[in-house]
Design a binder for this molecule. Structure first.
Ligand SMILES: Nc1nc2c(ncn2[C@@H]2O[C@H](COP(=O)(O)OP(=O)(O)OP(=O)(O)O)[C@@H](O)[C@H]2O)c(=O)[nH]1
Ligand SMILES: [Mg+2]
Length: 421
């Protein structure tokens, strides 16, 4: 019954990741501001992959450009070359209006606008106020003071607060380190606040997309991935999992590839082929999947303390959950590592990734049931209904997982009781 699995696992992971990304509902963001205020710089800092430069920029109106990329579930609308005068402002308003109408026909919506003002200019013109007012009738607006330095920016912010503009927030940012003199640099700041605020304004169903696209809060990416992984593992290997003979262990491989694809999509990271190959290689995935299936059983299971011998045995739900938890959590660690390196413009070699993955995975397997992530997954076991699990697997991974201390804890496996009292 195991599907034919002599496929190229790295290629499969890439393909399935793309399919998972396509299932994510896209977030649409409008970025407005005069020429040179720093819109492109801001976009490149907040979002992955130097979007402003590398995204496919497609003029949709005279003053609006649509920026998107296949592997990022987001569409940016960047205003182009704006020097606002009354006439241009009218045009921009009309173009935005028309764009919104066209979007509505496709069941799309602009979810938030970032209105950028250069903090150093310290001046807002009536046409800009008018434009902000127009925008705020159609979508939440965050007013961003770009290239904000010191007292002057603070004063400007105070001034703007007193203007009572219809905006959700006013946030001062420096999107990229600003070199004042050869000895003095103002480090980038404010971006985390902007990201937080954006999450706060966006409806829950768009958090997956925004989290994928952003590169400011890597930990948040990892948390979302871990949350989903726990749910997946519980729903897959928990109650109702029929133990499988070791000889059928290959059925685990497509499940695990599917899981990794989903995790990659939630996390939001682009992996090149060499890196993907390294990751797959680290978990034993060179050669055919049948071979890997065996490896999972023989090499992997023997690492787990107390998992028993391979010969003639079966893989219980617990063992399958253990192996899959180790895989998921190691993979998330590796994704986190790559994401941080990428943000810091440091290179990561496929070899380093492969080694890290291998080390992580093996040490988690060796920890066996003592692995806190495994315990956490098991602890969640009674909390899920079948319905939630289905949703979780259907491209909506971000189902709330509460960590309420008061939630009823029943059916604790005996080995967890001691720790959790
Ligand atoms: N150091 C530093 N430079 C910035 C920052 N924001 C903008 N700049 C600089 O200001 C200039 C203009 O920034 P852009 O991001 O190209 O401005 P823009 O709003 O996209 O301009 P248009 O595309 O012409 O509308 C560039 O030289 C940037 O490097 C920042 O946060 N830090
Ligand atoms: Mg630009």
């Amino acid at each position: 019954m195991a599907p034919k699995m002599d496929w190229n696992l790295a290629g499969e992971l890439t393909k399935q990741t793309q399919a998972e990304i396509e299932k994510i509902e896209k977030v649409h963001i409008l970025v407005v501001g005069k020429t040179g205020v720093g819109k492109s710089t801001l976009i490149n800092s907040i979002f992955r992959e130097n979007l402003a430069e590398t995204g496919i920029g497609q003029p949709i109106t005279k003053h609006l450009q649509k920026i998107e990329k296949d592997d990022i579930p987001m569409v940016l609308y960047d205003t182009r070359g704006l020097e606002l005068d009354a006439e241009t402002q009218q045009q921009v308003s009309a173009e935005i209006e028309q764009t919104l109408i066209n979007m509505a026909k496709n069941n799309e919506k602009m979810h938030v606008a970032y209105y950028c003002l250069n903090a150093n200019i310290s001046r807002i013109e009536p046409v800009e106020i008018q434009l902000i007012e127009d925008l705020s009738k159609k979508m939440p607006v965050i007013l961003i003071l770009t290239q904000a330095i010191g007292e002057q920016a603070l004063k400007f912010e105070e001034y703007l607060i007193n203007q009572n503009l219809p905006v959700q927030s006013i946030i001062r940012v420096m999107a990229k380190d600003y070199q004042v003199t050869s000895e003095y640099t103002i480090p980038a700041y404010g971006l985390k606040e902007l990201v937080e605020r954006s999450f706060g304004l966006l409806p829950q169903n768009l958090h997956i997309a925004f989290n994928n696209a952003q590169q400011i809060d890597i930990d948040r990416k990892a948390r979302a991935a871990r949350r989903w992984a726990r749910k997946y593992i519980v729903s897959t290997f928990g109650v109702g999992f029929t133990p499988i003979p070791f000889s059928d262990a290959t059925v685990l491989v497509p499940m695990q590839i599917g899981m990794m694809a989903h995790l990659t999509a939630i996390f939001g990271i682009s992996l090149d082929h060499a890196t993907t190959l390294g990751i797959i290689g680290a978990i034993g995935g060179t050669g055919s999947a049948t071979y890997i299936g065996r490896l999972i059983v023989s090499n992997v299971v023997k690492l787990i303390p107390g998992a028993g011998s391979v010969a003639g045995g079966i893989i219980s739900g617990t063992t399958a959950a253990l192996v899959t938890t180790a895989l998921a959590m190691s993979y998330i660690e590796v994704l986190t590592f790559i994401a941080i390196k990428t943000v810091n413009n440091e290179t990561v070699t496929p070899k380093a990734v492969r080694e890290m993955m291998k080390k992580q995975y093996q040490s988690r397997l060796k920890r066996g049931k003592a692995d806190p992530d495994f315990q956490d997954a098991m602890a969640k076991m009674p909390d899920y209904s079948a319905k939630e699990d289905l949703q979780a697997r259907d491209g909506q991974p971000q189902v709330k997982v509460t960590r309420d201390r008061n939630e009823p804890k029943i059916n604790w496996p005996s080995w967890t009781r001691r720790r959790k009292k």
